[in-house]
Design a protein around this ligand. Structure first.
Ligand code: AMP
Length: 514
């Protein structure tokens, strides 16, 4: 199958050729014809599958073939949960649309507003935006959705995780009802299905990898150890396994800074990317890592969302994430576009509940390899992916040995001292269809009934997560960025104040240090 066979026009084919894309990925094979045909799409596609080109290429083609924009108007809108993903998706549009006469821009918070407004004044074909900033622009009356023909919700699961449900409701009210809608999500929950059912009309369902299944091309294993010994173990592994570059995930901003300090003290080049850093500082750290000026990039989950680092071979979970889905997103940073990758997790006894949650979600027990000299004093209890048929009590050791024999040992892994507790089976986890499965469109396209508004408290988290510097005027935005900070409209101001007054509750703490 070639891109030509998918019906893409010449300027796009030339760009793909220049980029070295030989053939479409599975998600592209399915999404491109559907989007070109004007259909709504619900795709269960992980990051690294080529999903961005899956929607960007046909959108660019449709925009080129049909119509033109007007002052203040946008014709395609891509909503993303984080600034980093916004930058990445925007870059993709710029790159894929390099031979086309289209205008695109990106809008997110924490950078000046005026360049953004100036771009919108002339009108845009594509705007990539985070929800909060887009609402600000809309409240200020500097954007019109009158000509909007396509809406993309990228990483919809993440959007809900970050508490954007209410912002999405506000935006959906403002967007034209007659439009094409594409929704991409790495994982599925009832909440995502509900959102999809309310937004999509007779969608084409695309499933390129089992939902909630970690990227197959990534070898995963974990090393049980004590919490206090993690830095020492990390340095030991760095030397022993000779990682050229690695993306390292930690739970907190403080943890990120502490690890960078330790590494620098040991003469290892490292930089951190987390919510306390300004956007330009984050981009600079990412850039240095991409240019291989630093060996290790230490990241928290929110900050790392959407990072696309070419051919990254190694991900290390210095801490397990506190939300199981983040594990899938983290390891999706490696093994991209079918390349081999490796994800190692350092796990201490405190993290066993998280480990259980991850194994339940991914339907697999992560192979354990003890590192001699770093064995845990506080034993990390054995885990069994929930819902997987538990091994008969009389013979757990036999099962464990069998599992250990069948599990492929990653290259360079230390000798496997302890077998995974339970072999991978096809059984569904206890969460059943609530946490797993293929998207099934509703029998009838959902009517545009008024949506239930999420309580204001739900929306508090993203503001804090995305405006570490208080959202005041910061350094210049990257080229092409549309930026708004001060001078917010009265409505948005009131909304934010309402949020601030509402005490976040009822949601797992997503707003902690990240
Ligand atoms: P995404 O899942 O959209 O984040 O894309 C993951 C990576 O795959 C990006 O670096 C893309 O440039 C790359 N990519 C996307 N489509 C293709 C393709 N058909 N052939 C080769 N690389 C691709």
């Amino acid at each position: 199958m070639t891109f030509h066979a998918l019906g893409l026009i010449d300027p796009l084919l030339r760009t793909l050729d220049a980029l070295g894309y030989k053939q479409p990925t599975p998600v592209q094979k399915q999404a491109i014809p559907a989007v070109l045909a004007g259909r709504d799409v619900m795709a269960a596609a992980q990051t690294g599958t080529g999903k961005t080109a899956g929607f960007a290429l046909p959108i660019l083609q449709r925009l080129t073939m049909d119509g033109a924009t007007a002052p203040l108007c946008i014709r395609a809108l891509v909503l993303v949960p984080t600034r980093e993903l916004a930058e990445q998706v925007y870059e993709s549009f710029r790159s894929y649309g390099g031979n086309l006469p289209l205008r695109s821009a990106v809008a997110y918070g924490g950078v000046p507003i005026d360049p953004q407004i100036a771009k919108l004044r002339k009108g845009l074909d594509v705007l990539v935006a985070t929800p909060g900033r887009l609402i600000d622009l809309h409240d200020q009356g500097v954007i019109s959705f009158e000509l909007l023909q396509t809406l993309v919700l990228d990483e919809a699961d993440r959007m809900l995780d970050l508490g954007f449900e209410r912002d999405l409701d506000i935006l959906l009210e403002a967007l034209p009802k007659q439009r094409q809608t594409l929704m991409f999500s790495a994982t599925f929950s009832d909440q995502i299905r509900k959102l999809a059912n309310g937004m999509l009309k007779d969608p084409v369902a695309i499933q390129v990898a089992a939902a909630n299944t970690a990227t197959k091309s990534v070898k995963q294993w974990l090393i049980p150890t004590d919490k206090r010994r993690k830095p020492e173990l990390f340095l030991h592994l760095l030397n022993k396994l000779g990682w050229i570059q690695a993306l390292v995930f930690v739970k907190t901003r403080k943890g990120a800074e502490a690890l960078v300090k330790t590494l620098l003290e040991h003469g290892v080049s490292a930089d951190a990317i987390h919510g306390d850093k300004t956007q330009p500082a984050r981009l600079r750290a990412l850039d240095r890592f991409k240019r291989k000026e630093v060996r290790l990039l230490i990241a928290t989950d929110v900050a790392a969302r959407g990072l696309d680092i070419e051919a990254l071979p190694q991900v290390v979970n210095f801490d397990l994430p506190s939300v199981a889905e983040d594990y899938i997103h983290r390891i999706g940073r490696t093994g991209r576009a079918g390349m081999a990758g490796e994800a190692i997790s350092l796990v201490c006894a405190d993290e066993v509940d998280m480990l259980r949650a991850i194994e339940t979600l991914t339907r697999q027990a992560i192979p354990r390899c003890e590192e001699p000299g770093f064995e845990a004093d506080h034993r990390v209890p054995e885990t069994a992916a929930r819902g997987v048929a538990a091994p008969a009590r009389k013979g757990p050791a036999a099962n464990a040995i069998k599992a250990a024999k069948t599990a492929k040992r990653p290259a360079g892994a230390p000798p496997m001292a302890k077998a995974p507790a339970v072999a991978k089976t096809a059984a569904r986890p206890a969460g059943g269809s609530e946490s797993l499965g293929v998207y099934t469109p509703p029998e009838k396209p959902a009517k545009s009934a008024p949506r239930e508004r999420a309580p204001a408290k739900e929306a508090a988290a993203p503001r804090r997560a995305f405006a570490p510097g208080g959202g005041s005027r910061g350094p210049a935005a990257p080229k092409g960025a549309v930026v708004v900070t001060n001078g917010r409209g009265a409505k948005s101001q009131a909304r934010t104040e309402g949020r601030a007054a509402a005490k976040p509750a009822g949601r797992k703490s997503r707003s902690g240090p990240r």
